[in-house]
Design a protein around this ligand. Structure first.
Ligand code: EPU
Length: 324
C-alpha cells in the first residue's frame, strides 16, 4: 500500500488498474462528502466487533454516531446526495461478515432520550436499549413491555424486527414510529399503517429514530415479579455469559429450532471458535476468536443436519450483512 493511502476508505477498489484507482478516489470523495460537517463521531475503517453482541465483524468504511436527530437528518441527506450505501447497526441480532460493510454504518447510541407523554404513552428514541426502557416503565408502574425482559437490543432494532418472545411482541405496544426518510425528512407513522409479521415490520423507507409505546398502569410489584421470573428463566436456559447474537434460527411452526438442533445431536458442535451452545442449541456462541466465516459454516452444517434428520428447513432469524 502506498504511503498516504493508509487512512483512506476502501471503496470499489480494483487494485493496480488506473480505472480502479479513479474509482477508489471517487469512492473516497463520496464517502467524505457523506460525512462532512457532522457534529457527531466519525471513524474511518472502524472495526465493528465492538458494536455487535457476537464480538465479530470486519470494518465499516465509515462509522458514524450522530450527535442528535438533526445531525442524523444531515447525514441522511448527504449520504443520499453522495450515493453512498448506509446501514444502521443495532448489533444484537446480527452477524457482520469478516470483510466488513462498505459505505456508512450509523449507530444511534446518542439518540437515547425517553419522554413520558399523556395517557401512559412513552416516547423512546431509537438508540435507547430495551433494558433501559423496561426500567423506565417499571419506575412509572407501567405494564406492557414485560415480554421484552432480557432482550438486549435497541428500541429501533426491536421495532424493525418486531422483536418478541412467547409473552408478546413489539407490535403489541407500538402506537407510532418516527423515521427519517432517505432525504433527511422526519416522518411519523402510526402503527396501524405498518404491517407486522413474525420478526419483521414492513415500514416506509428510512431509519427508525423513535417509537411511541402505549403502556397501561399496573402494579409495580407485579410487573417486577414477571420481569424477574422471566430473566431468571433466561439465565437458566440461555448462554448469556458468552458473546452471541441470540437465537440463530426462527422457530418453525408448532416446533422449536432449539429442540430440533439438539435432537440432531448438534449441541456443542464447533467450527473454529464458533460453537452451538451446550446450554441452548438455537444459540451459537463465540468462544473467543470466532470469525464470521466460522459462524456461517456452522449455520450451514446445522441447517443440513436438521434437514437430513427431520425434514425441516430452518430459516435464519439472524441477519447476516457485509461484503461476502
Ligand atoms: N429446547 C431443547 N433444546 C435446546 C433448547 C430448547 O429441546 O437446546 C426446547 C425447550 O425444552 C422447549 C423448546 O425447545 O421445549 C423452546 O425452548 P425455549 O423455551 O428456550 O424457547 P425458544 O423457542 O427456543 C424463544 C425465542 C427466544 C426467547 C425465548 C424465551 C425465538 C426463535 N426464540 O426461544 O428469543 O428468548 O423464546 O421467550 O423466537 C431471540 O429471539 O434471539 C431469542 C433468544
Amino acid at each position: 500500500m502506498r504511503e498516504g493511502m493508509r487512512h483512506r476508505p476502501g471503496i470499489n477498489m480494483t487494485a493496480g488498474s488506473p480505472v480502479g484507482q479513479t474509482l477508489h478516489a471517487q469512492g473516497a470523495r463520496n464517502l467524505r462528502a457523506a460525512v462532512a460537517g457532522l457534529r457527531g463521531e466519525v471513524r474511518f475503517k472502524a472495526s465493528l466487533k465492538d458494536f455487535t453482541s457476537f464480538r465479530i465483524g470486519g470494518p465499516a468504511d465509515a462509522l458514524v454516531i450522530p450527535a442528535d436527530l438533526e445531525d442524523l437528518c444531515r447525514l441522511m441527506r448527504q449520504v443520499h446526495d453522495a450515493k453512498v450505501p448506509l446501514f444502521v447497526i443495532g448489533g444484537t441480532n446480527l452477524l457482520v461478515r469478516d470483510k466488513g460493510i462498505r459505505g456508512v454504518v450509523v449507530n444511534l447510541a446518542k439518540l437515547n432520550a425517553i419522554h413520558d407523554e399523556p395517557d401512559h404513552v412513552v416516547y423512546a428514541e431509537g438508540g435507547v436499549g430495551m433494558p433501559t426502557l423496561m426500567k423506565h416503565a417499571i419506575s412509572r408502574s407501567l405494564s406492557g413491555l414485560e415480554w421484552a425482559a432480557g432482550i438486549p437490543g435497541t428500541v429501533a432494532g426491536c421495532v424493525v424486527m418486531n422483536a418478541g418472545t412467547r409473552l408478546g411482541e413489539m407490535k403489541d405496544a407500538l402506537k407510532a414510529v418516527r423515521l427519517v426518510d432517505p432525504r433527511g425528512q422526519v416522518v411519523d407513522c402510526p402503527a396501524s399503517a405498518v404491517r407486522f409479521t413474525y420478526r419483521r415490520a414492513l415500514l416506509p423507507r428510512g431509519i427508525v429514530v423513535g417509537a411511541w409505546l402505549q403502556l397501561k398502569p399496573g402494579s409495580r410489584e407485579k410487573i417486577e415479579g414477571v420481569v424477574k421470573e422471566y430473566l431468571r428463566r433466561r439465565r437458566d436456559t440461555q448462554p448469556l455469559a458468552l458473546p452471541s447474537a441470540g437465537c440463530v434460527f426462527k422457530n418453525p411452526p408448532q416446533d422449536a429450532a432449539g429442540r430440533l438442533i439438539e435432537a440432531a445431536g448438534l449441541k456443542g458442535a464447533r467450527v473454529g471458535d464458533a460453537q452451538v451452545s451446550e446450554k441452548h442449541a438455537n444459540f451459537m456462541v463465540n468462544l473467543g476468536q470466532a470469525r464470521a466465516a466460522d459462524v456461517i459454516a456452522l449455520i450451514k452444517k446445522v441447517g443440513r443436519a436438521v434437514e437430513e434428520q427431520t425434514g425441516v428447513t430452518l430459516e435464519l432469524e439472524l441477519k447476516i450483512v457485509g461484503q461476502p
